[in-house]
Design a protein around this ligand. Structure first.
Ligand code: CA
Length: 725
């Protein structure tokens, strides 16, 4: 069950757990700032670099400009380029004929070996982007030269609650400012010209297990930001802040709180009727950790909500119910946060299904007339087409193999669940699983082909209820048994399932409700997508390639070696008449993927970079560093007996595997402990109990683990290290 289990951690791209780093930082990682207390109080200055020249004028970014994004195709003004988040570039200098001359034009090394998932923005020749620990960069978009860098000195302790390492999916721009959600829950506003802090505000209650990895959006002068944390027991919400002042304008909770405290609004009062038991004690979940879109004409802001907390509905809402607004698309008024309509993809979620995946708006010919639709390929495997004015369901068809439900009933708008899909009577292998048929990696819509290009994956999962579930702040709170594979017969089943895992790039026809073409890929967990007027589709892969395909046929036309796993989505922009394709390269996946896929493809060292390509570009990457990993020759011997090793394994799997990998095989972004030095083992208690490496995000577990337990974990890790010799 090795592979499937480690995958589970990945899934919750949202905010699962303890991303920790137990070894001294690699050479590429900058010295960590002082821990904790530094957070919101300290206001570090931006670090100007060299004498790079920024454009003299910084024309304000406005809602009119973003709404008319097609009129300035050289820019990429918002996360999905347009408010509809289509990720389509009208530029066509790079096209199916010229792409043979597409070469690296420049690259920029981020000073991190952790992952990057950001969609950069480009405004009038300046690129704004983010890297790990929510560090913000402004680069000259033509040359890649750094204009400024701002390190928000993220609170390393809060980062413990990041599920899938300290990634960030990018900034927003508005007026003369850049906005970034910081992993520790702050929202910061920087001066676009200088990188200096203008304001910052804490969007979470300090100490609660929320984190921010998603990109803010700005609509009507308000910066909108959500957060993650549903694996740790939080109540989801999305908030809006005045772009000029940072003052909170409104907050919309996605699930009801304790009725005894009163409801914030009628939407919450109605939602509470769909919950049972004392759901508020576990937070409820429904975090808004990634997708949003805005329709200025309809004046509607769409937000996607996540899974229930805990996952297992029987433990969350024991007598059932739809549990609104989990796994839903909710339409709100951007001025007030007022509820307008919702569509719930998974009533009574119990599988870690989410509707936080990319929300994409388009106008489609549908039944003889043009309809304004909203589209989503959420984790649950069905591709949804929804009337975005009313929330009416128009289509819901499987875009990958789906076994948890037979179909979605278009009359009722509800999925028809398969028998035993709720796994309360027995373990069930279901598809998709927590990693989803599609996860956070953005898709793209091309108005010329009317196709949506989706990074898809067939990835089943064994669900088994955890009868002994007890909530804890130190690990995931799921209510399903992560150790299903402990039983031999389960291992057989898991092995069979693992053979069926595949990833693909799927060109989905939303009107015909079927794929037009599909490219099978070697791995799952591939990058987001860009499509262009040059009849092209660009996508990076987990294996480190950036590929280009014909948008109409799927023929592969071009490929470049990124030297590291690529999970972000590319963008296109132009400066001085030259079109560029840019991509954040650097695997952000902390966990190992099936069959150790990621282990062999994300570096060490994982050199995270921005890559920019143009016709006849003349840059080249330095040769990829090859690091031979060896088990230290002077490792202490294993002294624990069989019982101690078994206990150590159980503890490791519960507390450590989320970041350091299943059975001590990591995805390499976070250290693989089999290769720890004797020195690390000498300091084991100080690191694991006292948090000696908190600067890297490695929490101390003193509150939850005693010295003997930490020693048992060490014995198990040593046994795995000696076995890898
Ligand atoms: Ca989740």
């Amino acid at each position: 069950m090795l592979q499937l289990r480690s995958l589970a951690c990945l899934s919750a791209i949202v905010v699962l757990v303890a991303c920790s780093e137990q070894e001294p930082p690699a050479a590429t990682e900058p010295a960590a700032p002082p821990p904790a207390a530094a957070a919101p109080a300290a206001v570090p200055a931006a670090e100007p670099v060299a004498a790079a020249t920024a454009p003299a004028a910084f024309a304000a970014v406005t809602g009119e400009r973003i709404a008319a994004a097609d009129q300035e195709p050289g820019n990429w003004l918002s996360h999905g380029r347009s408010y509809g988040e289509q990720r389509f570039s009208p530029l066509d200098q790079i096209n199916a004929d010229t792409i043979k001359d597409l070469k690296l034009a420049w690259y920029f090394d981020f000073d991190t070996n952790r992952g990057v998932e950001a969609t950069p923005l480009v405004v009038d020749g300046v690129m704004y982007t983010t890297a790990s620990w929510s560090v913000v960069y402004a680069l000259d978009a033509k040359t890649g030269k750094q204009l400024w860098r701002y390190d928000p000195q993220a609170d390393r302790k809060q980062a413990f609650y990041a599920c899938c390492d300290v990634v960030n999916r990018g900034p927003a721009v508005w007026g003369d400012k850049v906005f970034v959600g910081v992993i520790d829950g702050r929202l910061i506003a920087l001066d676009r010209a200088t990188g200096k802090l203008v304001w910052e505000t804490l969007t979470i209650e300090k100490g609660k297990p929320y984190t921010i990895t998603g990109a803010p959006r700005v609509a009507k002068g308000k910066v909108i930001i959500g957060n993650g944390g549903a694996e740790f027991g939080v109540r989801g919400y999305v908030s809006a802040y005045d772009a000029d002042t940072g003052e909170m304008a409104w907050r919309f909770y996605t699930v009801p709180g304790n009725p005894a405290d009163g409801f914030e609004n009628a939407a919450m009062e109605n939602a509470a009727k769909t919950w049972t038991g004392e759901w508020w004690k576990g937070g409820g979940g429904g975090t808004v950790w990634d997708s949003m879109a805005f329709d200025p004409e309809l004046d509607l802001l769409y937000v996607g909500t996540g899974n229930g907390s805990p996952w297992n509905q029987r433990l969350r809402s024991p007598d059932g119910g739809d549990n609104l607004f989990l796994t839903s698309i909710v339409a709100l008024r951007p001025d007030t946060g007022e509820y307008v309509w919702h569509y719930q993809t998974v009533p009574g979620d119990t599988w870690d299904f989410t509707s936080t995946q990319h929300i994409l708006l388009a106008d489609l010919e549908w039944g003889g007339k043009v309809r304004k639709v909203l589209m989503q390929a959420p984790k649950n495997g069905f591709f949804y087409v929804i009337d975005r004015a009313t929330g009416e369901l128009l289509g819901a068809d499987p875009y990958v193999k789906v076994t948890w439900a037979s179909h979605v009933d278009l009359e009722t708008g509800r999925p028809v669940e398969a028998p035993n899909a709720r796994y309360d009577l027995s373990q069930q292998a279901l598809q998709p699983g927590p990693f989803g048929g599609h996860n956070w990696h953005p898709m793209a819509f091309n108005p010329a082909t009317n196709l949506i290009y989706v990074p898809t994956q067939d990835l089943p999962f064994l669900y088994k209820e955890d009868k002994a579930f007890e909530p804890s702040a130190a690990h995931y709170n799921l209510g399903i048994h992560f150790d299903a594979g402990a039983l031999p017969e389960d291992n057989v089943k898991a092995g069979e399932i693992a053979k069926t895992i595949t990833g693909a790039l799927t060109a989905w026809d939303p009107v015909a409700k079927k794929p037009r073409w599909r490219v099978e890929l070697q791995d799952v967990w591939n990058g987001g997508v860009l499509t262009t007027a040059g009849n092209l589709v660009f996508q990076g892969t987990n294996r480190g390639q950036l590929n280009a395909y014909r948008a109409d046929t799927g023929d592969r036309l071009w490929s470049a070696d990124g030297q590291t796993g690529i999970h972000a989505a590319p963008i296109s922009f132009a400066v001085d008449g030259q079109q560029f394709i840019a991509i954040s390269a650097g695997s952000g996946t902390a966990m190992a993927l099936p069959g150790g896929q990621l282990a062999s493809h994300s570096l060490p060292p994982n050199r995270s970079r921005m890559l920019a390509f143009a016709l006849n570009g003349s840059a080249s990457l330095p040769a990829a560093a090859v690091v031979e990993r060896k088990v230290a020759a002077d490792l202490p011997a294993v002294t624990g007996n069989t019982d101690a090793l078994a206990t150590g394994k159980t503890l490791y799997q519960g507390y450590c595997s989320r970041c350091h990998g299943d059975n001590v095989v990591s995805g390499n972004v976070i250290p693989d402990l089999r290769y720890s030095t004797a020195d690390v083992h000498a300091q084991w208690q100080a690191i694991v109990r006292d948090g000696a490496l908190l600067g890297n995000g490695m929490m101390g577990f003193k509150e939850w683990l005693d010295a003997e337990q930490v020693a048992q974990i060490q014995q198990y890790v040593l046994s795995r290290a000696h076995a890898a010799k």
